[in-house]
Design a protein. Structure first.
Length: 319
């Protein structure tokens, strides 16, 4: 018997509060505008890099290289020097593993948030957590954004974010329990169901008091999806962008890239950059990435091709 995620439009319930209605046949459309996180404004034509800072001993790619407050803060300084627009600090790996309670999560991320805010007062700081209690503490410490990578599993989260005036990333993770792997997931229409769920989640966040100009949607490649689903969503980035909500893509070195290329995480940079270029061309605005410099170069080429930026130092055939 095939299994399915619980993300069809009939089942979109208990988002950020229990009385949010299911989506109607036509998804509600937001008007594209400037995204405001921290002291920064990101126009609809801007392409931004959200750099990954893993305050974990067991992340799938860096495997603990930036674990510990000092190493995490060194990573924050590195990615900001490389031109990252946002830093995203996470204290729990997405994959299954030993239980990490809120106290342990805070022990990992809170000193990094505090140190980053002290050392880099103008930086846009995001924290990757699904827990309202963690979000409350890190926002008090200076976090500007909460990246809810598990898509509304804590219905109290958005209201806590709203209390601090912070931004929120609304994610489609297939209503999976955090830190579980998808198994034989099936959708009638992965693009339609993901888009409807994200529109509902964004509306629920808005209803809970989160600023409209602080909300972003993320289809969450590989979360509650197999590799074919992730590829379909990459190809349909324009559908997500057409909702009017800013789209974040978190694709860096993920398994869908690895399965296409039959390569381990260390060798997935080129595949990630190819997917990044496609998504940027089709309207995504923020890219969560391990490799800041390479990602910025790809985005600069996309922006130049869209004529959103002037060619820097262009002299060929003009002298």
């Amino acid at each position: 018997m095939r299994s399915t995620t619980v993300t069809t439009r009939r089942r979109v319930t208990r988002l950020y509060h229990a009385d949010v209605p299911s989506a109607t046949t036509s998804p509600r459309v937001a008007t594209p505008g400037t995204l405001r996180w921290g002291g920064r404004g990101f126009a609809p034509t801007d392409l931004a890099v959200m750099a990954i800072v893993n305050a974990t001993p067991d992340s799938f790619y860096d495997r603990g290289r930036t674990f510990g407050t000092d190493k995490s803060l060194d990573r924050v300084a590195q990615v900001l020097d490389e031109g990252a627009d946002i830093v995203d600090i996470g204290g729990i790996k997405a994959a299954p593993g030993g239980a990490i309670d809120a106290a342990e999560e805070l022990a990992r991320v809170l000193p990094v948030v505090e140190g980053a805010r002290d050392r880099h007062p103008d930086a846009v700081i995001s924290v990757d957590t699904w827990r309202a209690e963690v979000a409350d503490v890190v926002c008090r410490a200076g976090a500007d954004v909460i990246n809810d990578a598990w898509g509304g599993v804590d219905p109290a989260l958005a209201a806590r974010v709203a209390q601090h005036g912070a931004g929120l990333v609304c994610t489609h993770a297939g209503r999976q329990t955090p830190r579980t792997r998808p198994h034989r997931v099936w959708y009638d229409d992965v693009v339609g169901e993901t888009t409807a769920y994200l529109v509902d989640l964004a509306q629920a966040a808005l209803d809970a008091g989160v600023r409209r100009d602080g909300i972003v949607i993320d289809p969450a490649h590989d979360f509650g999806k197999n590799s074919r689903h992730s590829l379909q969503l990459t190809r349909a980035t324009d559908v997500l962008a057409a909702t009017g909500w800013p789209v974040l893509m978190s694709m860096s070195r993920k398994d869908f890239v690895g399965e296409v290329l039959d390569l381990p995480p260390d060798d997935r940079l080129e595949g990630t950059l190819a997917a990044t270029a496609i998504a940027a061309w089709l309207g995504a605005r923020i890219f969560r990435a391990h490799d800041v410099v390479a990602t910025k170069r790809v985005l600069a080429m996309v922006a130049a091709r869209r004529c959103d930026e002037f060619l820097a130092g262009g002299r060929r055939a003009l002298a």
